[in-house]
Design a protein around this ligand. Sequence first.
Ligand SMILES: [Zn+2]
Length: 273
Amino acid sequence: MMEANQGEYSLYARTRLGYLFYQRQVKKARERYPHGHSAPQPCRFPGVKILPIPVLSNNYSYLVIDTGSGRAAVVDPSDPLAVQAAIEEEGVMLEAIFCTHKHWDHSGGNAALHQRHSSCKVYGSALDAIPELTNSLEDREKVSVGCLTFEALATPGHTVGHMVYVLDGGPFGGPPCLFSGDLLFLAGCGRLFEGSPETMLASLDVAVGLGEDTLLWPGHEYALECLTFASLLELDNPALEQKLRWVTQQRQEKRSTVRPGGVPWLQLPPPAP
Ligand SMILES: [Zn+2]
């Protein structure tokens, strides 16, 4: 969640009213965007498939599949119906929910999915009151799902227990994949609801410290807003202008901007079954 003052924030994050507000948001978004707010593009490299699932009006959940074993993890399942539909369509077994933080638009589907997939674990920080949490993670702790390895990184600032998850692409000859929740978006970062600017900056530095080839999978479709704002601040930045042009075009066609473009290995055909 991004737009709220502190009073509204407390209601949303700390009371049942917040949950009711979230439920209304889900219902409205399902009516308004029966096929999701954006057209996502699945990304695959040998052994792994990453499927962005557009939920609510601008959130993303991600289904990450070990294609060899059919075991899967989901990051931030806010709308359980949309996530369940993707699980069924892919015919995979849900083993893990990785939750970046407690806000309903990232965690609201935890309960329904955990109920349906009873052996599935719910991971996140113990500092963040995550619904249905079964396994709390410490900074730098690793979790395996099939052949996939995820590393949790503590990144407080947006919330006190915010965590991001990095999928190790090494075993598959792919890049690391950062599931960044509300820490980092394409050209922007999350609001500082529960941390100081220094705390947030230190968390952003954690993300910056990952490899240059890291793919970013953010929690929201905010690229156009962030880049438009950035273009008002930086009047002569060709890289920014180029990205803004690309994003504007993507959004005109309601395409998701959380797609890696122009990366050579993405043009590889999918592996033979
Ligand atoms: Zn949030």
